[in-house]
Ligand binder design. Structure first.
Ligand SMILES: [Zn+2]
Ligand SMILES: [Zn+2]
Ligand SMILES: [Zn+2]
Ligand SMILES: [Zn+2]
Ligand SMILES: [Zn+2]
Ligand SMILES: [Zn+2]
Ligand SMILES: [Zn+2]
Length: 447
């Protein structure tokens, strides 16, 4: 018989397939119990787990027999080392758990009850490694690869196709996937050729889709035939037209997007105009403004109020169609714009009238000023004459006085400020002041 390597399967490393009760899990290794034992306190552990736990928690007893007394790892109760076997029910439940074969990574698909894993691996698993039966060979082989006559399959053979030396064990694999002399069939053209030529052939033998594939032509042909097809393909002929159409659609979409944006801007404008009207209406109704301003503002504000009531009375724009909403909003916007322009006209008219009034008033004032200055001039002339006559009258009595001669006096009066000449400027200034005051009072009364 085959000299297999009979090592016990590590049951804790197996992948469980079925769900199992949490009470069947060992508190030390967190796997379903393996060879479970029961302590005096009724706690159950795997035999191996409990041994390891006692030895690691008490370094003195390592490498020796277990102590007579120790603490239970779960409840810390002092217990002696004479374990009972766990109840048969617990063992049976643990053995019933379904697990995968430990050779699953190598390809075994078996799912077995855990109690039968050891016998499956020992007797039935086709993926277990065993030593080659040939005395001279030291290689391992899987049970399934063993030939029926048990001869060694590790001998090298020469491949008759490519000349490589290949083990008999891997010969089929070599022929199927690796041998460069294996014949292959091109999936595109159906040609038969060997593997070493296949890669180059695939490059030449590539297919190409019709250039009208974007417009729905499903044809995919060899490069040499696709040109012939494209000459007669109606979709290729339609290509430029379809291209044109799609570009037109794209430009229309962009236009629609721009119009939507514009519409949003207009709606915002309307909303802001409406809100500003609603805020300005109560202030104009207060009547604090003058009567003329009221007269100008009254006309448009009443119209706008009517417009506002109309708009609020209209059904919600969202219920109407999109185009209806747009035209409706646009019409509102237009009418509001007209109102605003009317207001602007009225304001500019008022401004012009005010300017005209100011100009007229200005002209009138200027004429008055001219009159006043003329009057002032005549007054000044009169005052001058009066002063002159006054001076003449004052000089005559001085000449009769028994004093130096008139000629000397006149010379003295011209050269130095004498008592007579010192009087003259004072009189002059007083008369000037009085006349100025008179003219001032006249101006103020006229104004
Ligand atoms: Zn355990
Ligand atoms: Zn316990
Ligand atoms: Zn297996
Ligand atoms: Zn061998
Ligand atoms: Zn070969
Ligand atoms: Zn081909
Ligand atoms: Zn085509």
């Amino acid at each position: 018989m085959a000299s297999s390597i009979d090592s016990p399967v590590d049951l804790r490393s197996l992948e469980t397939v079925s769900e199992y009760d949490g009470h069947l899990m060992c508190p030390i290794c967190h796997c379903p119990f393996v060879n479970p034992v029961q302590l005096n306190c009724d706690h159950i552990f795997c035999q191996a787990c409990l041994d390891t736990c006692i030895r690691t928690s008490n370094p003195l007893v390592r490498h020796r027999t277990l102590p007579d007394n120790f603490l239970c790892p779960t409840c810390r109760l002092l217990t002696n080392s004479t374990f009972k076997r766990a109840p048969r029910l617990v063992v049976a439940m643990c053995d019933d758990i379904l697990v995968k074969c430990p050779y699953t990574p190598q390809g075994c698909k078996e799912v077995i009850q855990r109690g039968y894993v050891q016998s499956h691996v020992d007797k039935y698993c086709a993926y277990k490694l065993i030593e080659c039966l040939d005395e001279a060979c030291d290689k391992m082989i899987r049970v399934k690869d063993m030939p029926s006559d048990n001869h060694c399959v590790h001998q090298l053979q020469e491949c008759d196709g490519c000349g490589e030396s290949v083990m008999e064990l891997e010969f089929d694999k070599h022929k199927a996937a690796l041998c460069s002399a294996t014949e292959m069939t091109c999936s595109t053209c159906g040609a038969t050729l060997c593997r070493r030529e296949y890669a180059d052939h695939i490059k030449d033998c590539s297919t190409s889709a019709c250039q009208a594939a974007a417009y729905g032509c499903p044809v995919t042909l060899h490069i040499s035939e696709i040109e012939e097809h494209e000459k007669g393909c109606p979709l290729v002929t339609l290509g430029p037209y379809l291209e044109n159409q799609s570009s037109r659609i794209a430009s229309m979409e962009t236009t629609i997007r721009q119009l939507q944006q514009r519409n949003e801007v207009l709606e915002e404008g309307i909303a802001s105009i409406r809100s500003s009207l609603q805020t300005s209406r109560p202030s104009s109704a207060l009547g604090t403004a003058s009567s003329s301003q009221m007269a100008v503002e009254d006309i448009p504000s009443t119209d706008l109020a009517e417009l506002l009531t109309e708009t609020t009375a209209q059904p919600e724009p969202s219920t109407a169609g999109n185009t209806n909403t747009t035209t409706y909003l646009l019409s509102i916007h237009e009418s509001l714009r007209e109102e605003v322009s009317e207001l602007t006209h009225a304001l500019s008219d008022l401004d012009a009238r005010a300017n005209m009034t100011i100009m007229n008033e200005n002209l009138r004032l200027r004429e008055d000023m001219a009159h006043i200055s003329a009057g002032l001039n005549t007054v000044r002339m009169q005052v001058h004459m009066l002063i002159n006559s006054f001076l003449h009258q004052g000089q005559r009595p001085m000449g009769t006085r028994p004093a130096p001669t008139v000629g000397n006096n006149s010379v003295e009066g011209l050269n130095s400020p004498g008592p007579s000449s010192s009087v003259n400027p004072r009189m002059n200034s007083e008369t000037l002041l009085s006349t100025r005051r008179q003219s001032d009072s006249r101006e103020s009364t006229k104004l």
